[in-house]
Design a binder for this molecule. Structure first.
Ligand SMILES: CC(C)(COP(=O)(O)OP(=O)(O)OC[C@H]1O[C@@H](n2cnc3c(N)ncnc32)[C@H](O)[C@@H]1OP(=O)(O)O)[C@@H](O)C(=O)NCCC(=O)NCCS
Length: 181
């Protein structure tokens, strides 16, 4: 299988934020941005894999600044890391106010996508050709984040399975809740 450079699958989607995307506060719904992020992640992953791909995991998404109606939102996606069938896609979202030319960085995230074969089974993807220090840095960063995520998952599973409800009144004494049963 031929390796592919990062730039071959780099993808940018730009979309105008129309009024129907807004919430009751007049700002763009977070869900609209998440949906666009999923699309751009899919585009980059499937270009790299050369197959159909699925979203397996979405990293933490923090909305740093609101997006306004009328802004042009651009989502830049790059394959940062590949495993056997999985790919970590880095996404950066920016909103351009066309009148002022001000560009806001609204959020960034990492989506894990898996390549699927004709039988819907995970299938191997091409290795990634890293052509700059930045691309090497991103690959290593993703490897480390993957390790941290799996440790955090173990700790979360452990934390969830070891909740002593009998000690709730003590554990929750400084929290803003009332036990009412
Ligand atoms: C994710 C999925 C492909 C895993 O299938 P599986 O038979 O368990 O396959 P594997 O265990 O071989 O995992 C395949 C790859 O996914 C990765 N993976 C699986 N679960 C993961 C998770 N929660 N987070 C990150 N990576 C994950 C594995 O590490 C492996 O990567 P690698 O091939 O690079 O080493 C399967 O569960 C699936 O199809 N889920 C539904 C995805 C979907 O429909 N998404 C759209 C939601 S609407």
């Amino acid at each position: 299988m031929k390796s592919k450079p990062v730039r071959q699958s780099q993808t940018t989607i730009t979309e105008l934020m129309i009024p129907s995307y807004a919430n009751f506060g007049g700002k763009i719904h977070g869900g609209i941005i998440l949906s666009l992020m999923d699309k751009v992640a899919y585009a980059a992953a499937s270009k790299h894999a050369g197959t159909y791909c699925v979203t397996v995991s979405v990293d933490r998404v923090d909305f740093l600044q609101p997006v306004e109606v009328g802004e042009l939102v651009s989502l830049h996606a790059s394959v940062n890391y590949v495993g056997r069938s999985s790919m970590i896609i880095g996404i950066r979202v920016e909103a351009l106010n066309v009148k002022t030319s001000i560009v806001k960085h609204t959020n960034s995230s990492y989506f894990t996508m898996v390549a699927k074969d004709e039988d819907d089974k995970p299938t191997e993807v091409p290795a990634l050709i890293l052509q700059s220090e930045e691309e090497v840095k991103r690959f290593i960063e993703s490897m480390r984040m993957k390790e941290i995520r799996s440790k955090v998952k173990e700790e979360m599973d452990d934390a969830k399975s070891n909740i002593e409800v009998a000690r709730a009144s003590e554990v929750l004494k400084n929290e803003r809740c009332v036990i009412a049963y």
